[in-house]
Design a protein around this ligand. Sequence first.
Ligand SMILES: [Zn+2]
Ligand SMILES: [Zn+2]
Length: 898
Amino acid sequence: MDKKEILSKFSTDPERYYKVKLFENEGFMRKSCTICKRFYWTIDENRINCPDHSDDTYSFIGNPPTKKRFDYTQAWKEVESFFQKNGHTSVSRYPVVCRWRDDLYFTIASIVDFQRVMGSKVVFEFPANPLVVPQTCLRFKDLENVGVTGRHFSSFCMIGQHSIPNSQGYWKDECVNLDYRLVTEQFGVDKKEVVFVEDVWEGGGSFGSSLEFFVNGLELGNAVFTEFQGDLTNYKTLDQQIIDMGAGLERFAWITMGTPTAYDCCFGPITGNLIEQTGIDTDSELLVRYFTEIAKNFERFNDLSEVRKNAIKSAGLSNEQMDKIITPIEGIYLIIDHVRTLIFAISDGALPSNVGGGYNLRMMLRRIISTMDRLSLKFDINDMIDMQIDYLNDTYPELEETREDVKTIIAIETGRYENSKSRMQKIVSKLNQKPTVDDLIRLYESDGVTPDYLKEMKVISDIPSTFYSKLSELHQSKKQKEQDQLSLEGLPETELLYYGDDPEKFDAKVLKSFDQYVVLDRTSFYARGGGQEPDHGTIEGFDVVDVSKHGNIVLHELKEGAIKEGDTVSCVVDSKRRGDITKNHTSTHILNSSSRSILGSWVWQHSAFKEEDHARLDITHHSALTDDEIVKIENLANSVVKKNMSVNIDSFDRGTAEQKYGFKIYQGGIVPVKSVRIVSIEDFDVEACGGTHVKKTGEIKLVKITRTKRIQDGVVRIEFVSGDTALDYAKQHDVDLARESAELKDKAKLKETRHEQKQELREKLPILVENITACKIGTNNVDETIVVMTEPGKPNFCSAMSEQYDEFFHISLGEKLIEKDPWMVYCGVFEDGDKIRAIIYSGEQVGKDKKAGDIAKTVSEVLGGAGGGTQRFAQGGGKDKSKKNDAIEKAKTMVLGV
Ligand SMILES: [Zn+2]
Ligand SMILES: [Zn+2]
């Protein structure tokens, strides 16, 4: 459906769709803008144009329309107390990481807090009615505007005013009445300044009218009335109508302060502190002039660089003023904004990475660093984190708990960026033309090169306006869900006995039987779900090999055998298998909480898998685990096992469970049912979970981590075993360890002996050489390993063979011998692994006739191999160990000729 069509239809019947009691009571007139023709409501007779096209657009900058001044924190107190006075419950913000929706990474609007997806339907669940909430929302679509336009933020506080029209809640009349009174009575804006503009909203098959309210051209909020479903030719009123009024808290603060930008009043003293650190000469009159022009031009031009160019011209700023004042101030605004967003996201458990929602966070941190580098700003990120958390403490005290964790993550991520800089520099140096938007996306996605880095390197001067929206589209909602393939229509819900008495043996009626599949009226077979593998066992004697859930129907798959529909069958669950899987499941919960308390608050379950003999838990964590961390996690888990804590399972209404335990219960992902099954291990761990669990942690006996691995950016896998498998593993592990250490000892001993022998030989070498050269005419045994044959003026021969002698020995001895006796030929034979090697030296006097190379060649042939070398030195060898003596004999004959 086209929004324009809905608007033109609704505008033809303003009495029905737009006219609220307030307009009648206060004498509002309905007018049409002379420029854009939009319809709006005002009590000002002289107004001729809509807020976007009036002369008073952004006139509050430097001249606020209220007597009282409220900064960000105070503005929320005003809003909250106004709504509380008027019967609203003030609800704490929900996490910015949207774990209860599988189609969103981050919370993008206050209404998302109360939306739960069930099947293909979105239902609303309100913890109170009516209510108001200061919801931090993250939006990455127009990051390029942040810091520049004066009013765009990557995260902002949406004042959510929500109501269901029933005996407690209200509908359009009261909503608009309250919003008007909030602006005029509580904030003190003159009634004449408030303008309501007619608009519409549509999404997810529903639509309705909406009234945007403006003061001095600034849109403060938008009251959406979700009212109809169907299409424009045929629509009916929804069963569940909803008031969805969202207003920007930043804007409420800004309009009362009238500062040049919203950034000047929404970060408390931080903006001023940073500007002071840089010593920029801020001329407030100049800033008012410039940012008023920016605000006005923003509606007129699509391209941000055009907006900027025109504002510079209209405000009459010199290049020097731009470079020395505006550009660095824009950088400071951007940095403060991005730091605040990272604080919220990391506090709520998101990690910068190259996947999913982590993309945007990494991008933002890199923008912060690039901007500081480009502008030579030397801010300490930790100081900025401290200042922000201190300032936000009144509204968001929960951020205090994660103060240090946020710093840890930012430090790790900053280090990674610094390390990748030289690589990025290389990539950038190879760019030979100005990159397109697609190039920029590719550069970031595959090489981590951000456009801000390119700006810092002066490769580009501006970031194209479509870059962030494109990137955000690519990564915003890729969360996917697989769809059921089988059609089991008409069958009733299967009664799940494993949530009740959980009998090992039971009888059931066969409702449907086809191929190898059986549907029963009731079952105690656990169906695969929540990472827990299915039960096995038998149905009527046939093996059950798989069990799966399709909607609320459980399907059993048999290995073979046919079962008749209508029969009553007897079923047996393999309780040994179930018991082992169950221990692994409870262990998963224990390890998850153990990891969080050892590593940090950013640890969440990413996914899990529990089989009979092994299991794994994937957690969100920035780095691979160290041995020390693994030991600590395992020890903590086993201390929980040892304490024999009770595992309790209770069902709660979803809203109650969320309010009572918070969103940490969604470790295993979203729960698409109204009643949530809460599994708690005393005060150690609480999770929403549909799996099977032990009653006492002591049943687990032991948890052993068998392996850990970083499987993707920001995710670490922990493989483990529990119960008897863990005991066996530990026993085997001990045996392995003992064997390994015995082997190591043997090896070390052997090495040591060898080493000692070598040392001895080295010391012996000079004496041996002396003894050999001193040998008398004839055959001499120097010892049992060395034989020498000498005859003056004729070739002499020395051979050596022993297990103790290695290559080093033979080379050393051969060298020295032919040096001392130029008539000497040396032949050393020794074993080296499965080979026999020979080393030959020939002295200067004999070398011409008795070349070492020739001798080595022949000797090697005897040994069944090959060899060769020079006149003086040669080596060779073979594999035939039985020919060692033959080889020496052959060499001797070659030398002495006998
Ligand atoms: Zn207009
Ligand atoms: Zn679980």
